[in-house]
Design a protein around this ligand. Structure first.
Ligand code: SF4
Length: 297
């Protein structure tokens, strides 16, 4: 199967068939992102996608889940996504779910009827980098959406019967706005009640603007203590009916997963336990390794 460029996927798509339908990201300008540097966004030709699906059907005829690559495959028109879904179901009849990364802008360009049609074709479990509910943080991170726009579009997805992962980044507001970031992000999450909440913490690699701003001091990142405070504050403020909290990303100080609201107290205790463990390091800045993993914890 053809696959061009570096391939990223959410951790919970480890057993999915990865199918490339685009190259790069149509936005490609989030301040913290260095996933597709210099990659010119392209839509893969349909005959190539169909050939890949046929090849996959030969090797993995019983696959049940497909994840469309790359950075925001939901940017494709509804007609193209329907054609891809149709080709998948024709060749891989056991597929139940077709998931992919999506942005708030990608949802905005589709009508309610289109969203329903896509859902009925098995498209579900979109993975959405909302990142924050705080407008100044969203603006600096150059996400291309405001908190109100994110709320509106995510509620449209729910209305269409689509589930999604709300991806949020602790530390998006930096050292100056960690409280505001926690409160506004929790409020947005509460307003949309996502099926899945994916939590990471802010990190930047060379090649993106955030990295330069951190080096120059233009962006003041959170200390270890502030990151823990933000996580504690966010979890306390969450008022969810039935959401799975996935916080096992390597960038997190407190790797944990659990169901909310049932495990809220356990999560708060896990944050507290790490705070006690890291007491001598709370004023330090995180030292990051691969995938943002924190080395001084
Ligand atoms: S939308 Fe995702 S892939 Fe695209 S620039 Fe932003 S973080 Fe990177």
């Amino acid at each position: 199967m053809n696959m061009t460029g570096i391939v990223y996927r959410p951790p919970y798509e480890a057993n999915s068939l990865l199918l490339q339908v685009t190259l790069g990201c149509s936005h490609n300008k989030c301040t913290f992102c260095s996933m597709y540097p210099g990659v010119q966004f392209k839509v893969c030709p349909m005959d190539q996608v169909e050939a890949d699906i046929k090849e996959a059907a030969h090797y993995y005829p019983n696959v049940r889940r497909v994840f469309l690559e790359h950075g925001d495959a939901f940017v494709l028109s509804s007609d193209r996504l329907m054609s891809i879904a149709d080709a998948i179901h024709r060749n891989l009849p056991r597929v139940e779910t077709i998931a992919m990364y999506a942005s708030i802008q990608n949802i905005r360009t589709k009508t309610d009827e289109e969203l329903q049609r896509l859902r009925s074709a098995g498209i579900n479990d979109l993975d959405i980098g909302v990142e924050s509910g705080l407008d100044p943080a969203l603006k600096y991170m150059n996400k291309g959406h405001t908190a109100a726009e994110a709320q509106e579009q995510l509620l449209r997805l729910t209305q269409a019967g689509m589930e999604y992962s709300f991806n949020a980044i602790l530390g998006c507001g930096g050292a100056e706005l960690w409280k505001e970031n926690a409160d506004a992000t929790a409020d947005l999450i509460n307003a949309v009640q996502p099926h899945l909440l994916f939590i990471g913490s802010l990190h930047a690699g060379p090649g993106c603007r955030l990295y330069q701003d951190m080096q120059s001091g233009a962006f003041k990142e959170c200390t270890i203590g502030q990151l823990l405070n933000e996580q504690d504050r966010l979890i306390r403020r969450l008022d969810l009916k039935d959401t799975y909290y996935f916080g096992s990303h390597p960038s997190n100080l407190v790797p944990m997963q659990g169901r909310l609201p049932e495990q809220k107290q356990d999560m708060l205790e896990a944050v507290e336990a790490i705070r006690k463990h890291l007491l001598p390091h709370l004023e330090e800045y995180p030292v990051r390794g691969g995938e943002g993993s924190i080395l001084n914890r």
